[in-house]
Design a protein around this ligand. Structure first.
Ligand code: OSB
Ligand code: MG
Length: 361
């Protein structure tokens, strides 16, 4: 068996600006597992710094190397792997990278595409777009173009002090097209009035306005404003969803498999949320074609009901590390039909953008 970590750096077409910073490349940890004639891939959603969550590429690499890798030796099923690594507290992004590697591996063993292997599927994913902050003209241009391209929902990043200027500007550019905002934790309950001022723009929801691990304050905010609340950072497990439901903290959930320890937890979250009448969609973390394929497989699940942030590869990269990028048609993407995630790695491209590779097993 071989387990390899590739550290890659892939330039973004345009810098992506959120309330927690700007980024002009994607620094990804890509994992490759070779066993019994099968080659599986996955990607950690961590980035260079702990700005979206407390994990980053170095903490993920450390946890994987020191504690998780040894549990991969007999290529367990994903659920078994998760049970074995319970002794490591948190570090769900590190766990997700290997858990998803096992999903790809076992789907390939069965010769089944991952989107079918995970259960009831819609056969395709509804696609929305996440647009970073930029100057007003640029945001009008990008959001109008997204409508033209056929996206089913537009989300724009906001930050404290700029929220109404951004939403007002974009709203006037795209008319009554489905629009949401993502604050990436930039506000507190003291900003209630500013967030209330967004009610008049008819947003489909407001994503993660408050702290990254908060439930209670979001529940209070939900009582004060009309815009529905969507949680992203706060939802790290099905247990958090249970608490969010009980507290009435949100009516929408952004599921990122790479944030919640992988597909096992993602599917449980999606089912629990749908059982309680919440809306679900699949988010992204600027993944390369590898992580993107997982997101699109999950976004095609019958338990997902809303358009996510799973744009085709070309939104982000001039040239991805895969040979078969996704194409969006009429606002939908069909997952790959090959076994597992179905992507074909472009070995030359991967080599070119690889900073270093480490053999873990
Ligand atoms: O909060 O959803 C987020 C990107 C990086 C980190 C956090 C987020 C995002 C996005 C872009 O919104 C999602 C994507 O298109 O991959
Ligand atoms: Mg978000």
């Amino acid at each position: 068996m071989e387990l390899i970590a590739h550290r890659v750096s892939l330039p973004l077409k345009t810098p992506f600006v959120t309330s927690f910073g700007a980024q002009d490349h994607r620094a990804a940890l890509v994992f490759e597992l070779i066993h019994n004639g099968i080659t599986a891939f996955s990607e950690a959603v961590t980035d260079e710094g702990p700005f979206y969550s407390y994990e980053d590429n170095n903490t993920a690499f450390h946890i994987i190397e020191a504690y998780l890798t040894e549990q991969m030796k007999d290529v367990p099923k994903p659920v078994e792997f998760l049970n074995r690594v319970k002794f490591v507290k948190g570090h769900l992004m590190a766990k997700a990278a290997l858990e998803m590697l096992l999903w790809d591996y076992h789907a390939k063993v069965e010769g089944t595409p991952l989107y079918r292997y995970i259960g009831k599927t819609n056969g395709k994913a509804q696609i929305g777009i996440s647009i970073g902050m930029a100057d007003p003209d640029e945001m009008r241009k990008q959001t109008s173009k997204a409508v033209e391209l056929g996206y089913k929902r537009i989300k724009v990043k906001i930050k404290k002090g700029k929220e109404e200027e951004i939403v007002g500007n974009v709203r006037s550019a795209i008319g009554d097209f489905p629009l949401s905002v993502d604050a990436n934790t930039d506000f507190t309950l003291e900003d209630t009035e500013a967030l209330m001022a967004l009610d008049k723009y008819g947003l489909v929801y407001m994503e993660q306005p408050l702290d990254h691990d908060d439930i209670i304050d979001h529940a209070e905010l939900a009582r004060r404003i009309r815009t529905p609340i969507c949680l992203d950072e706060s939802i790290v497990s099905r247990d958090r969803v249970r608490k969010a439901i009980e507290a009435k903290a949100c009516t929408v959930i952004n599921i990122k498999p790479g944030r919640v320890s992988g597909f096992t937890e993602s599917l449980a979250i999606a089912k629990l949320a749908r059982d309680h009448g919440l809306h679900t969609w699949v988010g992204g973390m600027l993944e390369t074609g590898v992580g993107r394929a997982f997101n699109i497989a999950l976004a095609s699940s019958a338990y997902i009901d809303s358009p996510g942030d799973t744009s085709p590869n070309e939104k982000y990269f001039e040239k991805d590390i895969v040979k078969n990028p996704f194409i969006m048609e009429d606002g939908f993407i069909t997952p790959m039909d090959g076994p597992g995630i179905g992507v074909e790695i472009d070995r030359d491209r991967l080599k070119k953008v690889t900073l270093d590779r480490v053999r873990l097993l």
